[in-house]
Design a protein around this ligand. Structure first.
Ligand SMILES: C[S@@+](CC[C@H](N)C(=O)[O-])C[C@H]1O[C@@H](n2cnc3c(N)ncnc32)[C@H](O)[C@@H]1O
Length: 243
């Protein structure tokens, strides 16, 4: 299955989110009128084609402001996109930042923005499917992913790079993020997920429960995205036994 086809394996609410997702992926991939740079958090940022564009969403700015950056510590961003959040982590005092994305253009874009803002010495950027390219023993004080929250059928093929920023076929990436993310934390490390109301929170909670993990909402705000209000949530994932 590729762009635009309605998935049959989704319920009505999920199908409606899927429709919104198809339009969002198109908007994020649109080249006409797309600037090569944008302003956010009082800074200018490079924006490459095929990369999730913070100009079309409130999420990047909200999460970049809500996250508790560990001063002097280590920060991992899964799915770094343009690199705004990874670079902000370095500018706010993280001693080492790792930033990964599965889309090559996003890896290049984050590298450009790390250099532009003078933090390339402490932002390591890698192409990676989730945690795959990281050293096996690497641990982090904070791990974060502004996730592609919209469920798609497990066999949905993200044919466009920007669909990878919007859809998670079978919620397999969310399953991996919870399972592998919690194992990537330092002793007092914290795992966060940037989520929104287009995602399937019940499914996320069910996945977490299977792993004995707790999902706690830390922040929320509602903004219009396109024609509809979307509620953005910063979630913290923690092991039940640590609370
Ligand atoms: C919602 S976008 C967020 C981008 C950026 N962090 C921001 O806040 O502007 C999700 C990002 O996750 C990336 N992504 C999706 N699946 C991934 C995977 N399996 N491994 C690594 N990155 C992934 C996408 O390419 C996209 O850049």
């Amino acid at each position: 299955m590729s762009t635009g086809e309605l998935p049959r394996a989704l319920g009505p609410a999920q199908q409606s989110s899927f429709d919104v997702g198809v339009r969002l992926a198109q908007r994020h991939g649109e080249l006409e009128g797309r600037p090569a740079e944008f302003e956010l958090l009082g800074l200018r940022w490079d924006l490459l084609p095929e990369v999730f564009a913070p100009i079309h969403t409130a999420s990047t700015e909200l999460f970049s402001q809500w996250l508790p950056y560990p001063n002097g510590g280590s920060f991992l961003e899964i799915g770094c996109g343009t690199g705004v959040i990874a670079v902000t982590a370095a500018l706010r005092g993280c001693a080492s930042v790792s930033a990964v994305d599965i889309v090559p253009a996003a890896v290049r874009n984050t590298g450009m923005n790390a250099a532009r803002h003078g933090v390339a010495d402490r932002v390591r950027v890698l192409r990676s499917d989730m945690f795959d390219a990281l050293d096996a023993d690497q641990r982090f004080d904070v791990v974060f992913w502004n996730s592609n929250v919209i469920p798609a059928p497990a066999d949905f093929d993200c044919a466009l790079p920007t669909q990878r920023a919007i859809f998670d076929p079978g919620y397999a990436a969310h399953d991996r993020y919870l399972r592998e993310g919690i194992a990537r934390l330092t002793e007092n490390g914290r795992l966060f997920l940037g989520f929104n109301s287009l995602g399937d929170l019940a499914r996320l909670r069910a996945l977490a429960a299977l792993m004995d993990l707790r999902v706690t909402e830390m922040q929320r705000a509602t903004h219009r995205t396109g024609n509809a209000p979307v509620t953005f949530q910063l979630l913290e994932i923690s092991a039940e036994h640590r609370l």
